[in-house]
Design a protein around this ligand. Structure first.
Ligand code: FPP
Ligand code: MG
Length: 350
């Protein structure tokens, strides 16, 4: 039987199903002015000492992206602000900017590692130019994130984000080591997902509360909120890789399996121990899964043997844990949005 690792500080558990996700713009309405400032910072305040670098940065940030990480940072900051009605301080805006910079930098590097050709509906930097340039552009974005971090002037927050950079790398390394392995268990899948994704969500969700001087219980609960939401986000990402299309996603679908990255939908089939599990195991171990026919066969095995439904259940498990973490917050629009954001992440289609 599969056991899920709990990251909830609260024991009471909501069994409610996520409802229809309202549009992301509606959910983010309580921090709309601040998100506009983050957007402005991303497109105007970055180092562009050559026209070419300026154009690359513009390409990267104007391609869009859901901006979920900065949104969480802003919502958690506002939900714990002493004065609920005033706009957030410049430091909170910079915190949100640096969270998006680290995310974007990691994607630029990730596309090199995955040899991806499409991101946010556009050709990746490694495809359009080359891998060396993509590595350096990722580094440039990390450098800009460190400048932002220094402007916040809080050693605890510096430590949190320093740890996140390490977690992102170790999560990716862990994933690399597990490629084409069929002996991965859910515990190592979840740990890898915390490293490569949920750690950054968690940093964004509790650092604003630290800057606001919130008490330890609130800070820890928001950290756990971010961890659980980040896990939901990554599990849905892994699900969409199986169930979505490249057109819908703006990136290649099916690329996890073809690259030998074994995620929840495949793990659920492998743990059945039946004929379907044995066949999937063979496709992965022989690397037949990397061929077009092998990927298709593996995707069909997953879809026909409950891989999608069980992954949705796993996602709802973390969604409920994430919602529990919000119980420490006083009632506010931002708290409601943080709850709705979980439903959005669970039901998102791209
Ligand atoms: C996307 O995963 C990638 C990440 C969530 C993190 C990647 C992190 C690194 C490459 C390390 C970053 C380096 C430093 C220096 C901190 P995915 O491939 O599952 O998602 P995708 O389908 O969107 O590509
Ligand atoms: Mg990738």
């Amino acid at each position: 039987m599969t056991t899920y690792q709990s990251t909830s500080p609260a024991s009471n558990h909501h069994a409610s199903e996520p409802g229809d996700a309202a549009s992301l713009a509606n959910i983010l309405a309580p921090v709309a002015p601040e998100i506009a400032l983050v957007e402005e910072y991303l497109v105007t305040n970055l180092i562009d000492d050559t026209v070419f670098i300026g154009e690359l940065l513009a390409q990267i940030f104007q391609a869009g992206g859901k901006r979920i990480r900065p949104a969480i940072t802003l919502l958690c900051s506002k939900a714990t602000a002493k004065d609920k009605d005033s706009e957030l301080s410049r430091l909170h805006i910079i915190l949100a900017v640096l969270t998006e910079l680290i995310h974007t930098a990691s994607l630029v590097h990730d596309d090199v590692i995955d040899k991806a050709t499409l991101r946010r509906g556009q050709e990746t930097i490694n495809k359009k130019w080359n891998e060396r340039l993509a590595v350096l552009m990722g580094d440039l974005l990390f450098a800009q994130a460190s400048v932002c971090l220094s402007r916040i002037m809080n050693p605890v927050v510096v430590g949190i984000y320093g740890q996140v950079l390490g977690d992102l790398c170790s999560g990716e390394i862990r994933q690399m080591q597990q490629q084409f392995s069929t002996s991965i268990n859910f515990d190592s899948y979840i740990r890898k997902s915390i490293g490569k994704t949920a750690s950054l969500f968690a940093a964004g969700s509790h650092s604003g509360a630290i800057l606001n001087g919130s008490n330890d219980e609130v800070v820890e609960s928001l950290k756990q909120y971010g961890l659980n939401l980040g896990l939901c986000f990554q599990i849905v990402d892994d699900l969409l890789d199986v169930s979505g299309t490249s057109f819908e996603l703006g990136k290649q679908a099916g690329s996890d399996l073809s690259g030998g990255v074994i995620t929840a939908p495949a793990l659920f089939v492998l743990e059945r121990g039946d004929a379907a599990a044995k066949r999937l195991e063979t496709l992965i171990k022989t690397r037949a899964v990397s061929t077009a026919e092998g990927t298709l066969e593996a995707l069909t095995l997953i879809k026909e043997n409950g891989g999608i439904e069980k992954t949705q259940d796993l996602c709802r498990h973390y969604a409920n844990l994430g919602k529990d973490c919000l119980l420490v917050l006083p009632q506010s629009d931002c708290k409601d949005s943080l709850e709705s954001l979980i439903d959005y992440v669970v039901t998102r289609k791209k």
